[in-house]
Design a protein around this ligand. Structure first.
Ligand code: 2HA
Ligand code: ZN
Length: 282
């Protein structure tokens, strides 16, 4: 890699902006959060001067389905607050090795860093999302406050969460018509949470990790950030309703949801389209 060139690439610039944006929203305190961004050989070839591998790092599962693919990935333990000032230290470009059990570091991590501790969840998510969307590029994990708070006060089921978030603003069902995936509370950084998350990613682009945060997937940085932003905005409205006493006198009805979907040419998850009203006795 021609280091000076790659650091100025649009990909590293986007990573800097997005990590800073996540920090500024208060969703990535300390070393919270991680982002991976799939890049094509074509996109990075203009920055490549050799096939040089800086280091090889083992990974604890089989990512051979992604062999040869490149990912720009935030480093484990680093603070999103600082990525913008030190992208070559706090992020790295890796290529998945042929056997799928290690990654070759091509650029970055220049003080010995390694990819995020949530790398298994990221790669497993990329694999499953690529099966349903060949344009899949980005996996983003962060700790949005209001959504996390809701994971303490509501039953942990997808229908409850999806319907409440859909009903908080007209935009929700348009931005995430499939709803929100929910897994049980699990230990972060493990292959187990990666497998559970990736399984949900077959049907959803956003999966809540109770008492922890959210995983989002998408075709671009903006789209993935926008997805999480919309979910968290809905969660903020829900929190604000609770602060105002929690009683809804009116709402976006199930018929309104169906109309929204029709108007935007979307097919929302049919399992979540009818159910309990937010207005008591309705
Ligand atoms: O990268 O957010 O889930 C730090 C985390 C772990
Ligand atoms: Zn986390």
């Amino acid at each position: 890699m021609t280091q000076e060139k790659f650091i100025n690439s649009t990909y590293v610039q986007q990573m800097c902006k997005i990590t800073r944006g996540l920090y500024d929203h208060g969703w990535d305190e300390r070393n919270g959060g991680n982002v991976s961004y799939r890049l094509t050989e074509d996109e990075i070839s203009q920055y490549a001067d050799t096939d040089k591998v800086l280091r090889n790092v083992p990974i604890a599962f089989d990512a051979s389905e992604l062999a040869g693919q490149y990912f720009l990935v935030t480093a484990t333990g680093r603070y999103f607050k600082n990525v913008i000032d030190n992208p070559e230290r706090d992020t790295g470009l890796v290529q998945i090795a042929k056997d799928g059990h290690s990654v070759d570091i091509r650029w970055g991590y220049n003080d010995g860093a390694q990819p995020t501790s949530e790398f298994p969840s990221h790669l497993m998510t990329h694999i499953n999302r690529l099966h349903v969307d060949s344009n899949q590029r980005v996996v983003m994990h962060c700790h949005p406050t209001n959504l996390i708070a809701m994971s303490f006060t509501l039953p942990l089921d997808e229908k409850t969460f999806s319907r409440i978030l859909w009903k908080m603003q007209a935009e929700s069902v348009v931005v995430f018509p499939e709803g929100l995936g929910v897994i049980p509370y699990m230990t972060p950084g493990t292959n187990d949470i990666g497998e559970a998350t990736a399984e949900k990613m077959k049907n959803f682009r956003a999966v809540m990790w109770p008492h922890h945060g959210v995983f989002g997937a998408g075709d671009s940085m903006d789209e993935t950030f926008g997805l999480i932003e919309t979910i968290e905005k809905a969660a903020l409205i829900y929190t604000t309703i609770q602060a105002q006493g929690g009683v809804c006198l009116q709402e976006i009805t199930d018929d309104d949801l169906a109309d929204l979907a029709k108007n935007f040419g979307l097919t929302p998850n049919p399992k979540f389209l009818t159910g309990k009203s937010l207005v008591e006795n309705k």
